[in-house]
Design a binder for this molecule. Structure first.
Ligand code: SF4
Length: 383
């Protein structure tokens, strides 16, 4: 039987992969495209703030040593599918996503916006806060589905300002009955749309909606490729169903969307010595583009963890923000009861809240290495 491991002393959000493998690696060299982009920017003469950031990204990427910004293989794989105009937009996002948090830089919008279609999940994975009945008991008010008008409001605000949208947070997004409609609404507006799903409810209709809308990364969360380990970790899950649905997506992409931009990844949380990436690779190899394990973050009981001595600021305050199904804008999902919420997207813009008093106050405390005075950051290991 798989057991939950000892939590890490710190969880580096910027380095969450244990390992990521590309199942069909091709060698790419994007240096030439970066050089050409740098030349185009230089030819513009005066640069906007946005252009300056892209130019800074190019400068770092073209350095041979001591760069603050490098492209990992899976990022290069994303770039390979973008045209030159999109590359500029992508680098603006990616540079802010990676470099702004360690340098405590912040501008009008988060580099990444996570929108939660629903907090409800049909699984009870052993490492997830869905096992906390204080969270899942409906009368406690944390369970729900995002109304379409709120979804559209948030998307309308983000369009042109944010390139990276992840449709996932505390629940399983495909349980939202209007998920396909949400995807259609997103279509063509953002470069880096990502979905995390357990793949248990992936219908033909949803596969088409995902591919039609140009989702960049589709992550199938699965931690093992064999039973009984899979369902010991993904409690209430069924591996056969997931394999069938992942194959369904693969076949639809091959048959109907040969030029699709969507990159697929099977990603598991590494919680047990029994989990084996070679075995995962052998099972998933022909069905997805990437196979990975991510590190375990002990978020199934954040509020019960002992207080710790960590002083390093949490990068989440500078990297991304979450809009939960009820509009709460929260810095992370480790705080799954949203006790840190900076306000509500029904009442204010995401940008106002991102730069508002609550958020700035929390950033200040973290930057001053005083997170031990903030609950639940004082019990959390994310940096
Ligand atoms: S609880 Fe605090 S320290 Fe932990 S991830 Fe959230 S914001 Fe960061």
């Amino acid at each position: 039987m798989a057991t939950t491991p000892t939590p890490p002393s710190v969880y580096e959000k910027s380095n969450s992969f244990v390992e990521i493998r590309r199942t069909h690696p091709e060698r790419e060299n994007v240096r030439g495209r970066i050089e050409a982009l740098a030349q185009r920017l230089d030819a513009r003469g005066s640069l906007s703030d946005r252009d300056e950031i892209v130019r800074e990204a190019c400068t770092e990427l073209l350095k041979d040593a001591d760069s603050r910004f490098a492209l990992r293989d899976f990022v290069v794989e994303e770039i390979r599918k973008l045209d030159d105009a999109e590359l500029e937009r992508y680098l603006h996002y990616r540079f802010r996503y990676e470099v702004f948090p360690p340098e405590f830089r912040v501008d009008g919008y988060p580099p990444l916006l996570q929108i939660e279609p629903t907090s409800i999940c049909n699984y009870r994975c052993i490492f997830c806060y869905q096992t906390d009945t204080a969270f899942t008991t409906p009368k406690h008010g944390h369970m729900g589905l995002m109304p379409m008008d709120l979804f559209k409001k948030v998307v309308d605000e983000a369009e042109g300002k944010v390139e990276a949208i992840t449709l996932a947070s505390r629940g399983e997004p495909t349980l939202h009955k209007q998920f396909a409609e949400m995807l259609d609404y997103l279509g063509g507006k953002f470069l880096a749309v990502k979905i995390n799903t357990n793949a248990s409810k992936l219908t033909d209709e949803l596969c088409h909606a995902i591919l039609r809308s140009g989702v960049q990364t589709l992550v199938f969360s699965a931690d093992a490729a064999t039973e009984p380990l899979y369902s010991q970790l993904r409690v209430r899950g069924d591996l056969e169903t997931v394999l069938t649905n992942v194959k369904r997506f693969h076949d639809i992409r091959e048959r109907d969307y040969p030029d699709a931009r969507t990159i697929t990844r099977v990603s598991g949380v590494k919680v047990s010595e029994e989990q084996d990436l070679d075995q995962m690779d052998s099972v998933w190899h022909d069905l997805v583009d990437q196979v990975a394990f991510v590190k375990y973050n002990p978020w199934e009981n954040t509020y019960l963890m002992p207080e710790n001595e960590i002083e390093t600021p949490c990068s989440e305050y500078w990297r991304r923000t979450f809009v939960l199904w009820d509009g709460a804008v929260n810095p992370c999902d480790t705080d799954y009861m949203a006790t840190l919420a900076a306000g509500n997207a029904n009442e204010a813009s995401v940008s106002e809240l991102w730069r508002g008093t609550r958020y700035e106050g929390l950033r200040k405390l973290h930057q001053a290495r005083q997170r031990r005075g903030v609950s639940p950051c004082n019990r959390c290991t994310v940096v």
